[in-house]
Design a protein around this ligand. Structure first.
Ligand code: SAH
Length: 502
């Protein structure tokens, strides 16, 4: 890498993580530093390598954030350390994103850079609200305008006389604080008060809200429906067209919050998204491999003592086999050893390593696994259980009670990313569903929830898998929940589909 590093200005798109470009995703997956604003989706940050340095330079509520100069300095500094830097910006970097100023700062230092455009909210918000920004015979142009700039007389900076005469679609960004001023100016200079207007907030996310009206009615509609920034204001005949998707999926319009470890939440989000749901990934848990490998090393060295290996989670399987690979342990060592799993997800993960599970209980609970396995075992069998630190006590209690010899090894823990948790819970909306796949997920979520958030969640149906998860929900006083019949992502999706179909 050049001593001067490399900076990619990447457009993150408007919110829906699937609206990131393939090129942007590739740069994120290989960067060493990511410098980001407040983004509509945390999912994008989960794409960067684990060791990547993440620097937040956006605005928090009640805090104006860093100045543009300071942000430029940070980007330059990181690049001069020789790093591969992604500067991730909402929408498109050059659409009111101050990307140009960052480029000038890089040019000044002779730092190589590349700009990767993004889908701007100006167009995406319209599209997700069923509005074509141009349409034959209706609108031959569209104009993107900054709605917040005012001159020193507190008047809007642009020439509204000119804007009012344009026949194309007018798209205002950053205009919510000035909505009535914008509307009045346009009318004052001759725009018909019956001109259609749409306001789309949090476009392309689970929080998207759209109101439609006319120049005459929109201010009232916005306040009645409590529409807040960030929002795009679309003015013109095109805003009166209805081109919403007709293929809507069985979960269309449903807002679903997904929790769990990144891998699970990501998979679940995609599946639910395929059914048309607006999904927000609320995952704030991460898998941390245990530092102490002595027990595992000992067990593997003495693998001959064991006849069964039991896995209770996908994570357990992945971490176990990662360890084997890193330590050059040949799979032939497992000759003659049987595998037991709970849940089809775990079974499928094991299969990816070339092993077919010898036993999986019909009901996906660790208690069923323990009892079923104990029934199968013969004299001389011994079980190895590599799993999470806070794994359910059921498994080991039952094996103990049935005098099954076993060794339990804690190979990982599920940890809570406190900062992400804070970001997630500060933006909660009235979800139709929130999903939980583990007791630690429930605990992490409810442990620090304020009363206010609990009230918001009153309308939300809780969906979960696993008896341990259910038990934890009950501990937090949650009585109304749906439990998936099958202990897997597919099971969760199925139970939401069937509930939504009622
Ligand atoms: N570079 C960004 C715009 C930055 S200016 C882009 O290309 O989209 C910030 C403004 O963008 C907000 O005030 C709002 O008007 C708009 N905006 C950004 N994301 C939005 C979203 N998801 N929904 C509605 N408006 C959004």
């Amino acid at each position: 890498m050049d001593k001067k590093g490399m900076v990619y200005l990447v457009g993150a798109g408007p919110g829906d993580p699937e609206l990131l470009t393939i090129k942007g995703k590739a740069r994120l997956k290989e960067c060493e530093v990511v410098i980001y604003d407040r983004l509509a989706s945390d999912y994008l940050l989960d794409l960067v390598p684990g060791e990547c340095e993440k620097i937040y330079v956006g605005k928090e509520v009640g805090n104006h954030g860093l100045s543009q100069e300071t942000i430029n300095e940070i980007i330059v500094k990181k690049a001069l350390e020789g790093k591969r830097v992604v500067r991730l910006k909402g929408g498109d970097p050059f659409v009111f994103g101050r990307g140009g100023e960052e480029v000038l700062a890089l040019q000044k230092e002779g730092i190589p850079y590349q700009v990767i455009p993004g889908i701007t909210s100006a167009i995406a918000a319209a599209a997700y609200a069923g509005i074509p920004v141009t349409h034959r015979g209706v609108s031959r142009s569209f104009h993107v305008i900054a709605g917040h700039t005012k001159d020193w007389d507190n008047q809007l900076a642009d020439n509204y006389e000119t804007l009012a005469r344009l026949e194309g679609t007018l798209i205002f960004l950053m205009g919510m604080g000035n909505l009535s001023l914008i509307v009045n100016e346009l009318c004052r200079y001759g725009k018909d008060v019956n001109t259609p207007v749409a306001v789309v907030s949090n476009a392309t996310t689970a929080r998207q809200k759209t109101v439609k009206g006319t120049l005459g009615t929109i201010c009232g509609a916005v306040s009645v429906n409590n529409i807040k920034a960030p929002a795009v204001i679309i003015v013109g005949e095109a805003a009166g067209l209805e081109m919403e998707n007709t293929i809507k999926g069985r979960l269309y319009g449903k807002r679903i919050g997904v929790t769990g470890t990144e891998k699970l939440a990501g998979k679940l989000s995609r599946r639910l998204g395929e059914h048309g749901a607006y999904v927000e990934n609320l995952s704030f848990l991460y898998v941390k491999e245990a530092d102490n490998r002595v027990e595992l090393e000992h067990a593997i060295t003495n693998l001959k003592e064991y006849t069964w290996v039991v896995f209770t989670s996908t994570n357990g399987v992945d971490i176990f086999f990662k360890y084997l690979k890193e330590n050059h342990i040949d799979y032939r060592k497992f000759c003659g050893i049987s595998f037991a799993v709970v849940g089809s997800g775990t079974r499928d993960t094991l299969l990816r390593y070339g092993f077919i599970a010898d036993y999986m209980p019909e009901t996906y609970t660790t208690a069923a696994l323990a009892n079923g396995l104990a029934n199968l075992l013969k004299e001389g069998d011994k079980v190895l259980i590599p799993r999470a630190l806070k794994g359910s006590g059921d498994l080991t209690d039952i094996l103990d009670a049935r005098s099954v010899p076993f060794t339990e090894i804690k190979i990982y823990t599920i940890e809570i990313d406190a900062e992400k948790y804070k970001r997630v819970t500060s933006g909660l909306v009235d979800y139709d569903y929130i999903t939980f796949a583990s007791a630690s997920g429930v605990e992490g979520f409810y442990e620090n929830l304020g009363e206010e958030i609990r009230t918001i969640l009153k309308k939300t149906r809780i969906v979960c898998i696993g008896d341990v998860t259910v038990k934890k929900l009950k501990d937090y006083g949650i009585r109304d929940y749906i439990t998936a019949g099958e202990y897997s992502v597919a099971g969760l999706v199925e139970s939401i589909l069937s509930d939504a179909g009622k």
